[in-house]
Design a protein around this ligand. Structure first.
Ligand code: TGC
Ligand code: FAD
Length: 396
């Protein structure tokens, strides 16, 4: 079985091409070309320098990947499968590149699209699709991660305004964001509940700082959002049923995309190690001639193809019925990220000592996937979502 110049032998095994329409193939090919020509040559250096390549944002916008699943407002209106393939190709490059795109599109832009006023949509979405406004999504806090219902950030009503106070931590894109979608507790209108707000950079009382020294997702900028008496007009509040449901709807969109992205990271590890085992001689023959090595490769290929077909199935279903259940999304994210992490670990092992060098993409993906395993709902949280769906028992 041979690899095509742009594709992988895995694509031949899954025969996924035959299941895609022209638009989906075109999206996959154009993003694949961008990643291989424009990102991969710089990937190790960006990772080593803890740097997100801001200079590539206009090219990402040109490719139509920002807010790609949104229809109208200058967005590409991609099908769920085209959107997923696009993220798979981006994460073949680096999880940080995919993270940037997920947060911009599935979290910040999706929140505005689903819960923003018409004025907010017109004001922000076209510029975000062009990459001229970068967004972030602030849910997690220093003391509130898996249990976002316990968040402490407050939005106090004061006449025609809201006044925000609190801290959001571990926020992707925070240091480079022009606006933040922020989830805060308010008692406006009676009982205390969670609401989303849009806060622009430059608003007095709103600052961001960068988290340095991450050993994972180093090519993604992660930071803290600080709100100290930050006054925003009432029209900055998103329009949704009060509570956590709106934030979780945004997360559902992003988690579906991550299930595809993880397949891309796993494929990058597989392609690297397949080539390596054909060239690396030990005991006088290529590693690829050893049965134990072939068993590893066969296991990896099977797991990757199964994961991609799972995402394809849910993507088609999402297109047909418009929405996946929370348990379906959890199953997909949980399965595919675990698969990618195990694939990356196995690939790292097959590279031997070389596996710890940034000269090969594998250790970078392995370290990145440790974050992907934790964010957007940890592996355990998705296990518990599935457990609850299966048993009816809430074990959170
Ligand atoms: P619970 O009482 O069960 O539900 C509250 C309301 O939300 C609805 N709901 C969902 N809606 C859509 N999708 C889902 N998956 C949903 N799960 C629940 C639910 O129906 C209810 O609606 P309503 O109308 O009745 O009010 O909420 P809970 O507090 O018990 O929480 C459940 C739990 C633990 C699953 C949830 O809190 C959770 O998912 N925790 C994990 C937190 C998380 O994922 N944080 C991610 C932060 S963002 C991020 O990590 C970005 S990284 C991006 C990158 O760089 O790529
Ligand atoms: P905790 O919730 O403290 O969990 C610690 C451990 O306990 C985990 O293993 C967890 O699975 C386990 N655990 C928790 N509860 C239970 C339970 N009930 N039963 C069994 N085990 C449990 N957040 C945002 O809002 N926006 C972002 O853009 C964003 N980007 C991120 C980027 C990176 C690089 C990282 C690492 C995180 C990012 N996050 C973001 C935060 C991320 O969503 C949280 O880290 C995640 O939700 C987990 O929260 P926590 O880190 O506080 O862990």
């Amino acid at each position: 079985m041979t690899s095509s110049s742009t594709g992988s032998s895995l694509d031949e095994l899954s025969a996924i091409d035959a299941e895609l329409d022209d638009e989906e193939r075109l999206v996959r090919e154009s993003v694949r070309r961008f990643v291989r020509e424009r990102y991969l040559p710089r990937a190790a250096e960006l990772y080593a320098r803890e740097e997100f390549p801001r200079d590539l944002v206009p090219e990402l916008a040109e490719l139509g990947v920002l807010g790609a699943s949104i229809t109208g407002y200058g967005c590409a209106g991609m099908s769920p499968v085209a959107y997923g393939l696009m993220l798979e190709e981006l994460e073949y490059g680096d999880s940080g590149l995919r993270s940037f795109t997920s947060v911009q599109g599935s979290l910040a832009m999706f929140a505005l699209y689903a819960f923003g006023s018409e004025e907010q949509k017109q004001q922000y979405l076209p510029a975000m699709a062009r990459g001229q406004i970068i967004g972030c999504f602030g849910l997690t806090e220093p003391d509130s991660g898996s249990d976002p219902g316990s968040l402490k950030t407050r939005a106090r009503r004061d006449g025609g305004d809201f006044v925000l106070s609190g801290t959001k931590m571990w926020i992707t894109n925070a240091p480079i964001a022009d606006l933040a979608v922020v989830w805060a507790k308010t008692d406006d209108g009676g009982a205390e509940s969670i609401r989303g707000f849009v806060v622009e950079r430059g608003t007095p009382g709103f600052e961001t700082s960068r988290i340095h020294g991450k050993m994972s997702l180093r090519a993604s900028e992660t930071g803290v959002l600080h709100f100290d008496g930050c006054r925003v007009p009432a029209r900055a509040a998103l329009e949704h049923k009060p509570g956590l449901g709106a934030a979780l709807q945004c997360l559902a969109a992003a988690r579906f995309g991550i299930s595809w992205g993880a397949v891309g990271a796993a494929k990058a590890c597989f392609d690297c190690v397949l080539a390596y085992t054909k060239e690396r001689l030990q005991f006088g023959v290529p590693l690829a001639k050893k049965q134990l090595v072939q068993a590893e490769l066969a296991g990896m290929a099977s797991a990757i193809v199964r994961a991609e077909l799972l995402s394809l199935h849910y993507g088609r279903r999402k297109q047909r019925v418009k929405k996946l259940s929370p348990a379906q999304v959890s199953l997909c994210k949980r399965n595919n990220v675990e698969m990618a992490l195990e694939t990356a670990r196995a690939a790292r092992n097959l590279l031997g000592a070389n596996g710890i060098l940034l000269d090969y993409p594998v250790i970078r993906h392995l370290m990145n996937l440790e974050s992907v395993y934790t964010y957007e709902g940890t592996h355990e949280i998705h296990t518990l979502v599935l457990g609850k769906a299966l048993t009816g028992e809430d074990a959170f």
